[in-house]
Design a protein around this ligand. Structure first.
Ligand code: CA
Ligand code: CA
Length: 467
């Protein structure tokens, strides 16, 4: 079972290999506020029936895509030409449904499907400001929801009645006060509380491998440290980015739960210089690096968990020219694999010196790790650089990787998407997109990555407060 994970190392595409990997990224760079780019990227079917066969929108684009340049286009030729082609067809109506391609892109309907058309929301469209969008907002509904979501309790009838009797501005104040009260509750921040639930898919706990409290049969790492850092970064006035960048650890005290910053912990062994929050926790290294020379699984897991980009779903692909080099001889240059590995491999190089399971050096940063422990993997394994690329940007090591990632739009979008799913109940829909974009942009700008402040915005959205 421990080794099962190793077979996932090479990500190869079965179906969509002939759709251009950079397409989604370039599309979203051209239309960053398009609903289809909200916490995700457009799927292949946005332009294709099934790659390489194009649908009506894809065919319209093709005519304007680097005309005169010999086919097939390379990924970089394609990426350079796509924005102009998109703009060239903005005014036309590929599927003949009466709405221009641009209008469909911006309103979240499909430009190649005549049955997918923008629907008017009755003059009550969501505005750009999440504070005052009160068209269908129902304070009573929101009040009940806040108590349930953040405190785990339904308000008694009498309390609901006295809330309903307040004036609107007093209702807003009460909602804010209840949010602040409930986010201090065990239900929100305690062990296995709401915040821990958000952390589950990032940490991927395995009870049988748990060290320390709730110890399992084969104790390998104490992932409660990871929950503690994650939760600490989400609460009070803390900076959410530190889940990726912290040089410190967090210890949890119980009854009541408190999270306390520590410069060292007996369960953690990466030195301060090489720490990058939960990316380099003992559990992440033991479980996601495990026995691999080039820790692709650790890289793709970090990319998915904290930046919301799943390479296996062709998200967040930024093909780096000349990659993958296949330093570890995994055969990733095969055409069906290279599409993803041109992103994934340079994403993984900065993990090259982080040791997984290896006796005395487990879960440590080991300079020249590949040279010392993995030199027999392939003739060129030791040429694997520590520098790599994240989101198309060069990074010299994992600490820089984490900083670039934490400051990216992808981080803010992923963080707010987590809360949107938890509190609204689903990923942001096309109709909710304007409120969602305003919320993550304020989280990143005005609120400086303070989740507590972002939540006050979120509970005011129509998406949250409209029954
Ligand atoms: Ca149309
Ligand atoms: Ca349409």
């Amino acid at each position: 079972m421990l080794r099962r994970i190793m077979f996932l190392a090479a990500v190869c595409l079965s179906g969509g290999a002939l759709a251009k990997p950079p397409a989604g990224g370039v599309f979203c760079a051209t239309y960053p506020s398009a609903p289809t780019c909200t916490g995700q990227q457009p799927s292949c079917t946005y332009c294709h029936v099934a790659p390489p066969q194009r649908n009506a929108f894809g065919s319209a684009l093709e005519a304007f895509l680097a005309p005169g340049v010999p086919r097939p286009l390379s990924d970089s030729e394609y990426a350079a030409a796509l924005p102009a082609a998109l703009i060239a067809v903005e005014g036309t109506d590929a599927d003949g449904d009466g709405f221009s391609n641009l209008e469909e892109i911006l309103r979240g309907t499909l430009p190649a499907d005549a049955s997918s058309v923008p629907v008017d929301t009755g003059g009550c469209a969501a505005g750009g400001n999440p504070q005052y969008d009160v068209c269908r907002y129902d304070f009573r509904f929101a009040y009940r929801r806040v108590l349930l979501d953040f405190c785990g309790q339904s308000p008694p009838y009498a309390q609901l009645q006295s809330f309903a009797a307040l004036r609107d501005d007093a209702k807003r104040e009460r909602l804010d006060a209840e949010l602040d009260r409930c986010t201090a509750s065990e239900f929100w921040r305690g062990k296995n509380g709401q915040l821990w639930k958000l952390a589950h898919p990032k940490i991927r706990p395995v009870g049988s491998l748990k060290e320390g409290e709730d110890r399992g049969a084969i104790p390998l790492g104490d992932y409660y440290d990871d929950y503690a850092l994650y939760t600490y970064a989400q609460i009070d006035d803390h900076d959410a980015r530190e889940v990726m960048t912290a040089k410190y650890f967090v210890r949890r005290e119980t009854q009541p739960t408190r999270y306390i910053v520590e410069t060292s912990l007996p369960t953690q062994s990466v030195d301060a210089l090489h720490r990058a929050g939960n990316l380099t926790s003992a559990w992440s290294l033991v479980y996601f690096v495990m026995f691999t020379a080039l820790p692709r699984n650790a890289a793709s897991q970090s990319y998915r968990a904290y930046l919301g980009l799943d390479i296996a779903k062709q998200q967040g692909l930024y093909s780096i020219p000349g990659e993958p080099r296949d330093y570890d001889a995994k055969g990733v240059q095969a055409p069906a694999c290279a599409a993803c590995h041109a992103t994934l491999d340079p994403l993984s190089y900065p993990f090259r010196n982080y040791q997984g399971i290896a006796g005395a050096t487990s879960a440590q940063y080991v300079p020249n790790r590949l040279e010392k422990y993995f030199s027999d993997v392939s003739p060129i394994i030791t040429q694997t650089p520590e520098a790599g690329y994240l989101l198309g940007q060069p990074v010299s090591n994992l600490v820089e990787w984490a900083q670039v990632g934490a400051n990216s739009d992808a981080f803010a979008i992923a963080a707010v998407t987590d809360y949107w799913k938890l509190l609204v109940g689903h990923p942001p829909t096309a109709e909710e997109n304007a409120e969602f974009v305003a919320t993550w942009q304020r989280f990143k700008g005005t609120h400086q990555y303070r989740v507590q402040r972002m939540l006050h915005d979120l509970i005011r959205t129509e998406a949250y407060g409209a029954p």
